[in-house]
Design a protein around this ligand. Structure first.
Ligand code: ADP
Ligand code: MG
Length: 354
């Protein structure tokens, strides 16, 4: 099957500064790939290059198998079957919400009443049907962002480019957007590249997550893969909370890691990132638990609603533990703890992202 999007050794530079460095990324039709990276890592630049707003210095962009961008040749944005939802809602100041959303439908030849009906439906889906007559200046930031989303959804492109689209949305509406994308993928195989700096969001929306570090892809994999098997310490911290145990992995065989923690020899579920070199033993908060033989003192307790986060001071270092439900211990308590999974990652990669 022809890929929906292929970035081949894509390199983008602004004067001397290389902002994307030989990015290789293939997105299959119907796939949602999250681009997860900290601020300044190049997410917006990557999406803008795919959209055709920025030309590459080297490499190529192919859309549905056809060359869209190279240093010598670039299709204009309006000739690409993509819709970008910007981080900062770019709405026309003189158009009402309903006219804004109806515009792409009218351009595709829909009659005015039909386009208006569909636009109202999309505004309703975004929870702002009652604001249909308002212009951007009469709406809050979050409301404008919803209009921007509805406009992109109205275009029904082959490829959506979402640039941190939920920065101004509450949790419920994030869910609505995710449901809408799921429905569309089922109906017409919509594909998306979804930029975010929020690990939980990336893991929730995507089929695969691409970790972007200083303009280079550091790791690409399924959500569970980048979360449970981060390549290095940087990838581990980007994808969620992780503690580093001050112990060494003594051996990794048969999906188990042997290690000695506080004098106790353990063999727990886990593995090791390929490549090796300066390994560190990582623990996600739900891979450890209160109750067990290992000694600790509770340093901090944070009640989060569905679960409680504990920080334990242990002879093997500070360990964060997450438990469902209400706090079961207080700061200063001496407790036992246990470990049922670890991951041995590289301390650092040779070069940023390499
Ligand atoms: P992100 O979206 O991940 O925060 P960006 O793609 O916006 O990252 O920016 C990546 C890097 O490129 C940053 O260092 C930023 O300052 C730089 N940059 C982005 N756009 C331009 C531009 N038009 N001219 C010069 N530098 C830019
Ligand atoms: Mg950005």
């Amino acid at each position: 099957m022809t890929a929906a999007l292929e970035c081949e050794a894509l390199t983008v530079a602004f004067s001397a500064a290389v902002v994307l460095d030989r990015v290789d990324l293939v997105v299959a039709p119907g796939e949602v790939v999250a681009v997860l990276g900290p601020s300044g890592s190049g997410k917006t630049t990557l999406l803008s290059t795919v959209a055709g707003f920025v030309a590459p210095r080297a490499g190529r962009v192919l859309l549905a198998g056809r060359l869209a961008s190279s240093p010598r040749r670039s299709l204009p944005p309006e000739s690409r079957d993509v819709a970008m939802v910007f981080q900062h809602y770019a709405l026309w100041p003189h158009l009402s919400a309903v006219d804004t959303v109806a515009y792409p439908l009218r351009r595709r030849g829909q009659a005015a009443p039909e386009a208006r009906r569909r636009a109202l439906q999309l505004l309703d889906r975004m929870g702002i049907a009652e604001l249909a007559g308002r212009r951007p200046a009469e709406m809050s930031g979050g409301q404008q962002q919803r209009v921007g989303l509805a406009r992109a959804l109205a275009r029904s492109p082959s490829l959506y480019l979402f640039d941190e689209p939920t920065a101004h949305l509450d949790t419920a509406l994030r869910g609505v957007l995710q449901d809408e994308m799921t429905d569309r993928r089922r109906a017409d195989g919509s594909t998306a590249l979804y930029a975010t700096h929020d690990a939980a969001e990336a893991l929730a929306v995507a089929d695969r997550v691409a970790l972007l570090r200083g303009g280079r892809l550091a790791q690409v994999g399924a959500p569970a893969e980048v979360y449970e098997q981060p390549a290095d310490l940087w990838a581990a911290h980007l994808t969620g909370p992780a503690s580093v145990l001050a112990v060494e992995a003594e051996g990794v065989t048969g999906g188990r890691v042997a290690l000695t923690v506080s004098g106790e020899r353990l063999r727990v579920v886990g593995g090791r990132a390929p490549g090796g070199g300066g390994d560190v033993v990582l623990v996600r908060p739900e891979w450890a638990a209160l109750g067990g033989n290992l000694p600790a003192e509770v340093e901090q307790v944070r009640y989060r609603g569905p679960h409680t986060d504990y920080r334990l001071a242990t002879p093997a270092g500070s360990v964060d533990v997450r438990h469902p439900g209400m706090p079961a211990a207080r700061a200063g308590d001496r407790v036992g703890w246990t470990l049922h999974r670890v991951w041995v990652a590289r301390r650092a990669t040779g070069s940023p992202g390499g």
